[in-house]
Design a protein around this ligand. Structure first.
Ligand code: CP
Length: 325
């Protein structure tokens, strides 16, 4: 399924009250605003004295799919800013969703109790559906099926910018499950806003972007080069963005077994193809596609700045959409 978003509300420099559903809502100026507020949030998080920016605010986190980072960092972000959370993981078992309550009714209930709702769901388009069902509070898409994961893309952009001090004229490698990887779909949208972007797309042929997505993204000006072997990776790219093959999106396990871990980052691959300024990113979890021996390489940022930026960026987004910045 293609991941086009036709009806997204543009940010246009004003985040207050807006849903965050897709990177298609953002301009480079909007991303600049997020990055600037993120820098402030990093200082707040480092400060021993807790911030009261979100004092009196309650944020609902409702995750219909498992999560460590997105759930944990949103929860931490609210708490870092003095707010409170309603936390529901697995609502299919631990809420009235188990009794058959619809998504629309569930959203309208939690909009009555909180000031924003963060939702993860296995079906593409559900965050937009949740936004359509609510009137009074913003909805943040924490991952909708194979669709998008916009807050992850913003933290990935923050991580690239932190290293390279720019988001234009970048060359990157995006590897793994490009078909099902929602973080990939959002990050390509984000990077395609900047001039001079070249992305090498390394995947098994079964897991390439759909033709519709490839055409749609290419029209934006980003140069996309599909490759099927590590030998075709450029040397000295600015970043590598590795991803896991998304087992949960496969109808049968045999197909998954055939393509899982086709591309593995090893110290040898780093030596052969990465430059001294290449950063190795991964949205995580990783399931074997980056060997643990690579973790001590200072260019491997996935368990360092990338994961920490998740909390800072989500603090910034919450402060912006709740009108505190
Ligand atoms: N990157 C990411 O979405 O991780 P989680 O699934 O643990 O939230």
């Amino acid at each position: 399924m293609a991941t086009t978003n036709n009806d997204v509300q543009k940010i246009n420099g004003n985040f207050k009250g807006k849903d965050i559903i897709s990177l298609d809502q953002f301009s480079t100026k909007d991303i600049d605003i997020v990055l600037n507020v993120t820098a402030e949030m990093k200082d707040i998080a480092a400060n021993a004295k807790p911030s009261q920016l979100l004092q009196g605010n309650i944020v609902t986190l409702i995750f219909y799919e498992p999560s460590s980072r997105t759930f944990g960092s949103f929860a931490a972000a609210v708490k870092q800013l003095g707010g409170q959370t309603i936390e529901i993981q697995d609502p299919q078992h631990f809420s009235s969703v188990a009794k058959g309550e619809t998504l629309e009714d569930t959203m309208r209930v939690f909009e009555a109790y909180s000031d924003a709702i963060v939702i993860r769901h296995p079906q593409t388009g559900t965050a937009a559906k949740a936004a359509a069902a609510t009137q009074f509070v913003p909805i943040l898409n924490a991952g909708d099926g194979i669709g998008e994961h916009p807050t992850q893309a913003l933290l990935d952009l923050a991580t690239i910018n932190e290293k390279h001090h720019r988001l234009d004229n970048l060359t990157g490698v995006m590897a793994g499950d490009l078909l099902n990887g929602r973080t990939i779909h959002s990050l390509i949208r984000g990077l395609s806003l900047y001039k001079g972007t070249t992305l090498y797309l390394l995947s098994p042929k079964e897991l390439k972007l759909t033709k519709e997505d490839l055409d749609n993204f290419s029209k934006r000006g980003v140069k996309l080069i599909e490759i099927e072997s590590e030998n075709d990776m450029p040397e000295n790219a600015d970043f590598w963005y590795w991803t896991r093959v998304q087992k949960e999106r496969f109808a049968n396990l045999e197909d998954y077994e055939k393509v899982k871990n086709r591309f593995i980052v090893t110290p040898e691959l780093m030596k052969k193809k990465a430059g001294k300024n290449t950063i190795l990113m991964h949205p995580l979890p990783r399931i074997g596609e980056i060997l643990p021996e690579v973790d001590s390489d200072p260019r491997a940022v996935y368990l360092r700045s990338e994961v920490r930026n998740g909390m800072y960026v989500r603090m910034a987004l919450l402060a912006l959409i709740l009108g505190k910045k």
